[in-house]
Design a protein around this ligand. Sequence first.
Ligand code: AMP
Length: 216
Amino acid sequence: MRLELMGPPGAGKGTQARRLSGARGVPHISTGDMFREHVRKATPLGRKAQAYLDRGELIPDSVVADMVAQRLAAEDCQAGYLLDGFPRTPEQVRALDAILARHGWQRSAVLLLEVPEAEVVARIASRRVCAGCGAVGRAPRAGTAPDPCTACGGRLEQRADDREEVVRERLKVYREETAPLLAIYRQRQLLVEIDGVGTEAEVFGRLQSALDRVAA
Ligand code: AMP
């Protein structure tokens, strides 16, 4: 399946994409994870991306599109993929259209995780990410020691761009630049809206049922 997962920051895209990728046997391609990896390794792209990430701004379309084009050309993407966090602008939709046309591929569906803004703000405030494996955890309750990552035992940290002032900018960018994509995909009859409020397992169940309907 050739899938895109959309939703505001903090909607649970990364967590659900990891599970869906395992369940459906397609690689999880998170442009945010790719940029964070470049920053961590201090590659030339990472040095360029750092300032954008720190401010919660989008990296220029051509840079992101080239990175995704290269990733989708890899062997493991030939039978399908799950894109998480791309496309994020109308220009990126056009870039992806061109990549798909080159490969002779069609989108299977675009999944939208819907979570009200007040809830994503609260979720991001308590979100912690494992420094070792990237799994998502929660901040410790006041006065308690932080728990290690349940997946690998690594240290849970707050993402630099999960600080409140950066989150406000990321939400504004989502509203202004990414939300208009929903109309484009709705018009193409690709958009599948999923209620993203509930436990991780509940939301995962909804995504799986939606994908079963797409595949049927
Ligand atoms: P994410 O982990 O998806 O929230 O992405 C974290 C940050 O990476 C974003 O705030 C952007 O600075 C950058 N980024 C990730 N994906 C994209 C994209 N498709 N276009 C532009 N910037 C992106």
